[in-house]
Ligand binder design. Structure first.
Ligand code: DC
Length: 232
């Protein structure tokens, strides 16, 4: 086998998984699926319906009911993909501070995870996919052909988040962003079900001080290197 069919990219918030994952998918001509967007869409649906983020039962029902579709960009406004929630374009709404605040709580509910994982596996079944998230290599696709754990220090991730927001005209104190990143790291790593951690067979890619282009090269090297290894 020369080309990997399934590429799993996991890592903490702000490590650049979505940016890098989308570029890798584009290079290879693969489908790109950012699973974080799915958890964000469920969190947004919960906010819109006034559901408590700790109401596990209600959230489970909601996660099974809502229709989430992620596809190529439908508007040229800098988006990497379009997210539809019951047909409504929520691509930017799922990036709001309100969603940031509750999404980790929503994502730790087992019934929510079960509903999302089932959809993710169905999509991966079509093959040739780059899937990014927290538990892709460990839980969703344990048999993925390539597993990458993309990471960077919390300070670097807070700096990048600050730049990303500034580019959209939103200025936020660096310390506040760092606190949010650390809080989400804690919630994502300490939850009981599918906590954030590298799969045993994942290759860790550290991107502190790397530009997007450099990080992309680092990841592509992993994809190619393991290809070469498999050929020998
Ligand atoms: O990658 P992100 O920041 O958009 O992810 C949003 C939230 O969803 C984050 O708190 C972790 C959670 N998540 C998860 O639990 N499992 C995934 N596969 C992807 C994201």
């Amino acid at each position: 086998m020369a080309t990997p069919r399934t590429i799993a990219i996991d890592g903490p918030a702000g490590a650049g998984k979505s940016t890098i994952g989308a570029l890798v998918a584009e290079r290879l001509g693969y489908l790109f699926l950012d699973t974080g967007a799915m958890y964000r869409a469920v969190a947004l649906a919960a906010l819109r319906r006034g559901l408590d983020p700790d109401d596990g039962e209600g959230l489970g029902v909601l996660a099974r009911e809502v229709r989430i579709a992620i596809g190529p960009p439908t508007v040229r406004d800098g988006r990497a993909y379009t997210v539809l929630l019951d047909g409504d374009d929520v691509t930017w709404a799922i990036r709001s501070a309100e969603v940031d605040l509750v999404v980790s709580q929503v994502a730790r509910i087992p019934a929510v995870r079960d509903a999302m994982v089932a959809q993710q596996r169905t999509l991966a079944g079509r093959g040739r996919v780059v899937m990014v998230g927290r538990d892709i290599g460990t839980v969703v696709l344990p048999g993925a052909d390539r597993k990458i754990f993309l990471t960077a220090s919390a300070a670097e991730r807070a700096r990048r988040r600050g730049e990303e927001l500034a580019a959209r005209g939103e200025v936020r104190p660096r310390q506040e962003l760092l606190r949010e990143i650390l809080r989400r790291d804690r919630l994502d790593s300490e939850r009981v079900m599918s906590p954030l951690r590298p799969a045993q067979d994942a290759i860790v890619v550290q991107t502190d001080g790397s530009t997007v282009g450099q990080a992309l090269e680092q990841v592509l090297q992993v994809v190619r290197k393991t290809e070469a290894e498999q050929r020998t």
